[in-house]
Design a protein around this ligand. Structure first.
Ligand code: IPE
Ligand code: IPE
Ligand code: MG
Length: 247
């Protein structure tokens, strides 16, 4: 796998606009499994296996940051065996894939709450993050026990704790207190699984993100569809509230 972030290595055509940061709501694992008569956890397992080839495709295009929504603050409300199964799958994935990601120059960053994860999962996450923190390739933000509202509240708490003067609290200061402080806002948010909602993902950061929804269930999202998603992004006119000069 070659996962490099430099845009000089991008395979996309010169005219194609490539998102710098792609964030993905990886939804539909349970339905994917159910359709096949398999337990839901099998869907989560296959869903994690899809990540590597997805990163290769995005990286080859010149994408520099990828944020994957893997487990929300609300997902704790699922049945205990599913929650424990997902935690195990993440642990296994970190154990098995961290070294290969490191060799491919990927920087792994956890975004979300760490304290509610099991000690061994916390350790694996910290190890992956510390091992890869100096890497200069694609940044992979793993949103695990992540909630946009929780992130905003946590930022407010820390700003108060730091006794930041009121006049210093502006957008730039606020974003530096978010879990995603090291990444630019996502240019493109993809949701698989057909739902048309944000489900508490990147609430602050998505202010001007482009959205792409697809009914494809996460484990079925392949490189061809991802290419089409990127083409769709390239055709979008982003105005950020302004009027286009040619309009
Ligand atoms: C997304 O797949 C993964 C997590 C939320 C952990 P789901 O488990 O939500 O799959 P569906 O939506 O039930 O098909
Ligand atoms: C969103 O999926 C969270 C993740 C993909 C991790 P959900 O399946 O939890 O979202 P809802 O419940 O359909 O809104
Ligand atoms: Mg779902």
């Amino acid at each position: 796998m070659q996962v490099q972030a430099t845009s000089s290595q991008a395979e996309s055509s010169p005219q194609q606009k490539v998102p710098i940061h792609v964030a993905i709501i990886m939804d539909g694992n349970g339905r994917w499994a159910k359709k096949r008569g398999l337990p839901r956890l099998e869907g989560h397992r296959v869903g994690v296996d899809c990540i590597q080839s997805l990163l290769e495709t995005l990286s080859a295009k010149g994408v520099q940051y990828v944020t994957l929504y893997a487990f929300s603050t609300e997902n704790w409300n699922r049945p205990e065996d599913e929650v424990q199964g997902i935690l195990e799958i993440l642990y296994d994935a970190l154990r098995v894939q961290t070294q290969a990601l490191h060799e491919n120059n990927v920087r792994i960053v956890h975004i979300g709450k760490r304290g509610r994860l099991s000690p061994k999962l916390q350790e694996a996450m910290i190890y992956a993050q510390e091992l890869t923190c100096g890497n200069t390739g694609i940044t992979l933000n793993v949103a695990f026990d992540y909630g946009g509202r929780d992130e905003i509240l946590e930022a407010v708490r820390r700003i108060i704790q730091d006794r930041v003067p009121v006049e210093d609290v502006d957008e730039e200061l606020f974003r530096s207190y978010l879990f995603t402080a090291d990444s630019p806002d996502p240019d493109l948010i993809i949701r698989t699984g057909g739902e048309l909602r944000i489900s508490n993902f990147l609430l602050w950061q998505s202010a001007y993100s482009e959205y792409y929804h697809t009914p494809t269930l996460w484990p079925d999202l392949d490189a061809q569809e991802l290419e089409r998603v990127l083409e769709s992004f390239s055709d979008r006119q982003r105005r950020f509230g302004r009027v286009d000069p040619e309009d």
